[in-house]
Design a protein around this ligand. Structure first.
Ligand code: AGP
Length: 608
């Protein structure tokens, strides 16, 4: 939700801001803007629309500034208009602020400031920050104290950056609940909402904690406590990602590139965690703790779907009672955490505010909590007892694909490891399960060869208004995920159902323009799902069926058949997910939609 960037160093800052915003645009793309200190004056340029509008607006201006801040917006307060784009300024046009988050008490602050004579030019919550800073600076405070004095008056979630013409060469940042990372370069410092935007400059990063106030200037970076202003330091950590991994590398879209990276993601997430020869899984993350008696998982969106698969695996393989909650609901359902409960927070970004809040509550209620996340530098890692870092690499496409795959693998590893330690998985079963795990990456490569098939099916159905995805057991969450992918990037109304539920209502929706996509791997539920698909066939719905390549019966029933590699039912989610991602991708691409930046969405949802 909103991307922010701030720079102090020897480079001309405008291209630094534009390139940084390009890398952060996935966080929000309603409008973009920047504030720079040019020849001692504050210059603000901001435009509604995508980043290219801002680029157009600054093109041809020979700005020399080397200090500045930039913002890409995902609107919360105020319509998508130039005046609501960030940065926001004080009355005199000397102080500029960019912000990610929501200031909950902005209305009270705004009324008070208006009474004091401040004139507002936007509908945003953010603008109050600029006017509060003006009050502080007018009272004779230095910019750093002004930022602290202002932040003390704010309620809500925020990460904001400030520049001011009276204080050239300085950018000041504060963090409370919204993500912010500092990149420490050689003679240059850069703030960003997310790490990928820093990688062109440095691999040394310092994630800010809640309550940190940080100044960057030509002497370096300086940390202060928001509460009492005392100075302290935080050592940088080194991130291994390459700048190239945040590029499209010849693919038309990030999403397609990320779908193709999944075989490697499977290999990398398994690497060093299990022994192919014995099938033994060793997770150092849990070495010091007993096998949990029960598990409570919190997650949102795609991570929630991975968690639903996780529940199935943990219960089947390790016989551990497991519940899964939407993180946005968890806090409001008066959860009961019994002794021996392991909390699991699943979040690609590690910054989803609902999931962080649920994680905190789990800990408060006495659970030990593990974060399954793709981002070692994230808040989820800092706030949990232990973290399981998935190895999906940087994911830029707003629609999560490879991170979902990595989360699935994490759950297989956890369930097998707990099962082996508990004794619900014996040596023979370990070998069988290990064999399945070891074969997944290669089978995933095989599935990616169906690109042409999925493209053809997308061509056939891209104009429909509704689609139904069905699966049962461990593949029910995959039906949910397939529908979510379709909805979020193609804007086709899609629903995922447990196949057996169709007859309890949704079957009324079926007709010849409503394709049903059925997941039909071999296994104990095969006959049941097959019957459910026949019921759909009888209502004239076109049937797209994913089943084993040798399954002539399924092929006979399907109007479009996706031949899948042979895999144990329990492991089928890993493979059956991929064609659904491709179907959503090609449908959206065929419709000419912006696959990587679908309307109204943002990759990391840092507001409640
Ligand atoms: C998935 O395609 C979506 N972009 C979204 O549902 C996402 O999974 C959700 O917002 C959770 O994000 P997280 O994993 O970073 O917490």
């Amino acid at each position: 939700m909103c991307g922010i960037i701030g720079y102090v160093g020897p480079r001309k800052v405008v291209p630094v801001i534009i390139e940084g915003l390009r890398k952060l645009e996935y966080r929000g793309y309603d409008s973009a803007g920047m504030a720079i200190i040019e020849a001692g004056k504050l210059v603000v340029v901001k435009k509604r629309g995508k980043l290219r509008e801002l680029e157009e607006a600054v093109r041809g201006n020979a700005y020399e500034a080397t200090t500045g801040i930039g913002h890409t917006r995902w609107a919360t307060h105020g319509r998508v208009e130039d005046r609501n784009a960030h940065p926001h300024m004080d009355c005199k046009g000397e102080i500029a602020v960019i912000h990610n988050g929501i200031i909950e008490n902005y209305q009270t602050l705004r009324s008070d400031l208006i009474k004091k004579g401040h004139a507002f030019s936007s509908e945003t919550d953010t603008e109050v920050i600029a006017h509060l800073l003006e009050e502080q600076v007018d009272a004779g405070r230095d910019l750093l104290d002004a930022v602290r004095g202002t932040a003390h008056q704010l309620q809500g979630a925020y990460a904001f950056l400030v520049v001011a013409s009276r204080f050239p060469g300085r950018v000041i940042a504060v963090r409370n609940l919204s993500p912010l990372v500092l990149g420490v370069g050689d003679g240059e410092m850069i703030f960003s909402s997310d790490t990928p935007a820093l990688l062109d400059y440095t691999h040394r990063i310092v994630p800010l904690h809640d309550g940190d106030v940080v100044e960057i200037n030509d002497r370096g970076y300086f940390f202060y406590a928001l509460e009492d202003g005392h100075a302290f330091t935080r050592a940088p950590m080194i991130v291994q990602w390459s700048a190239a991994s945040a590029e499209k590398q010849g693919y038309k879209h990030f999403m397609l590139k990320e779908i193709y990276e999944q075989p490697v993601v499977i290999r990398d997430t398994l690497y060093g965690r299990f022994d192919v020869a014995t099938g033994r899984v060793d997770l150092k993350e849990f070495a010091d703790s007993p096998v949990p008696e029960r598990i409570s998982i919190v997650a949102a969106g795609t991570s929630y779907h991975a968690s639903r698969v996780g529940k199935y695996l943990l219960e089947q393989l390790a016989r551990i009672p497991t519940e899964v909650s939407f993180s946005s609901e968890y806090r409001y359902q008066q959860p009961i955490v019994q002794p021996g409960t392991l909390g699991i927070a699943v979040t690609q970004s590690g910054e989803t505010i609902d999931t962080l809040a649920a994680l905190r509550l789990q800990r408060q209620l006495g659970a030990r909590v593990v974060a399954i996340t793709n981002r070692p530098e994230s808040s989820a890692v800092r706030e949990s007892d232990v973290s399981f870092i998935t190895q999906a690499g940087i994911e830029i496409g707003v629609a999560a694909t490879k991170s979902f795959m990595a989360q699935l693998i994490a759950f297989y590893l956890m369930a097998i490891s707990f099962g082996q330690r508990k004794g619900t998985i014996d040596q023979e079963a370990s070998l069988r399960l290990g064999g399945e795990l070891a074969g997944l990456s290669q089978k995933c490569e095989q599935v990616l060869e169906y690109v042409g098939v999925m493209e053809a099916i997308a061509r056939k159905f891209y104009q429909v208004h509704d689609m139904i995805f069905v699966g049962r057991g461990v593949n029910y969450p995959i039906a949910l995920e397939g529908a979510l992918k379709m909805k979020e990037i193609s804007y086709i109304h899609a629903e995922g159902y447990a196949a057996g539920e169709l007859k309890h209502g949704p079957i009324a929706l079926l007709e010849q323009n409503v394709p049903v996509i059925g997941l039909l791997p071999r296994g104990p539920l095969y006959e049941k799902v097959y019957s459910n698909l026949q019921e759909s066939n009888a209502r004239e719905s076109p049937l797209v069926i994913l089943a084993e390549s040798t399954d002539a019966t399924a092929q006979g029933l399907a109007s479009d058949f996706i031949p899948m590699p042979i895999v144990g039912e329990l492991f089928s989610p890993v493979l059956y997910t991929v064609p659904l991602q491709l179907l959503a991708y090609y449908t959206a691409d065929r419709k000419g939609l912006d696959v990587d930046q679908p309307r109204n969405l943002a990759k990391s949802v840092t507001v409640e």
